[in-house]
Design a protein. Sequence first.
Length: 572
Amino acid sequence: MGAVPWPAAGSILSGVGTLFLLQYLRQHGGKPGADWLLVALLAQALWCFSYGIGLLVFDPTLRWGLEVLTWTGIVWTGVPFLAFGLEYTGRGSLVRTPWFGSLVLVPVITTVLVATNPLHEIVWSGFRIDPVYGAATVSYDLNAWAFFAIMVGTVFAASGTLLLFDTVISYGPLYRTEALAVGLSTLPPGVGLLVWLFGLGPVDQLNLSAVLFLPHVVLDTYAFVGGNMFTYSPSVQRTADRSAIEELENPFLVVDTDERIVDCNPAAETAFDVAKPGVLGEPLERVTGLTVADADARIITDTDGGDHRELTVSTSQLRNESERIVGHTLVLQDITDQRRREQRLEILNRVLRHNLRNDLTAVRGYVGIAADRVDDDELTAMLEGVHDDVDEVLAMAEKARTFERAIETTPSAATVTARDVFESIAIDLEAQQEGRVDVAVPAALTLRTNRELFAVAFANLVENGLVHSDADDPHVTIDLESAAADRTAVFTVRDNGPGIPAHELAVLERGEETALEHGSGLGLWIAWWAVTALGGDLSFETETDGTTAVVRLPGVLESTEADSAVTQPAGE
């Protein structure tokens, strides 16, 4: 027995490598595209083994049977590979459509025609053994169906390859190398098959496509074994991208540069009472009444129940890899409930600010007059208590008004000399409250911050320390603990009072008032809001002999450590 002809040896070796891949990939069964790839590899193994063994068989009848198996492997490779590409890249829903089922008819019909070819010779005619290189190669005249079947299978395989190349372009380095390897692996056997089909090679009867599966197997082994291609599937990312759009509660539309709709989600279909298939390609303005220029616009729509809904429109540009604008996205956010809350709060705020404040001011005056005119000491004390309570409510309203004015009407940032602001706070509060305020902050310390919010925050912290102190001589000190290299200043506001109750600190940390647990006033809340609005944070250290508020704020411009922070009462 002579040596095995090299075309037969190469073909059989390709089949062995294919079986190795099959055995390895069985563990990934059920993952996106894996099952279809296994089917494609089975067809590939049949192709390689039947052709390689056929080159060793010179009996005409047995050789014809092996050629039928070779053709079966050839025509059944393309469709499963296309299905693999669709599922692996997240387009698996297309595999379950009727049109894809119709594609399967091509290999099914071809298999039947090849098996029955002696009866009709639709696929080929003139079958004969025509040896070359010591191998039992065969020659025959290919008919129209043979060209059609192989070309269709080639198109299927090429389409699967293009899907993988799309993954290379679209999904980044996570899938790039492996998908590129699998895509390139289809080229050698594909080229070899076409060279044989059109008789472009030096030996017409020799089909080298099975031998050229060797580089195919090597590249696939690199992708699936070395690169763990099925460990990360782009179908997950593509499905997530699609789900994020489909399940988005807000209407979402995508338009091209001509403002024609190319995609929309179910929420957009509902909002504009349209069906997606009917609006794709239609002008955006005709369907929705909107244009890309309507960014931040507000529109009113009616629901099926007759409820008026207010939507705001936001747009953004879509750019390709070359940073060229290829379209826009529009997202419509339902702000109806938000707008209604704002309106209710605006009305309540106006009532509390104007009507209630004016009425309380009148009540305060009447209570004062009544207290002056009665002779009953007990009744006088009660009226004076009412007078003080009204003063507290009015002071609380004034605090809220000051904070609102500071956060809404002042510039976002300015250069602030901290000690000047603190000394001004100290002078004002010492004139209004009992006690002493000392400032121990370097004169050179400046910050880039909102001056009004800065003053509001510290004024409320200092006032809280004075008002709630039970000491004979209420005392508050504003100090600079540090001015770090990261341009963050850490201030402390220390008092000698009884300490902030734990339940009030808990309210601040939780961020909401409750019916059973609430703060005694707005002062700490305003300080908290102001510090947060400045980009800082506020914390408290409470002891039995007082409380230390620690304020961390960004924006330090200058701090001279040599400039000693002299502690002195503001009034001196």
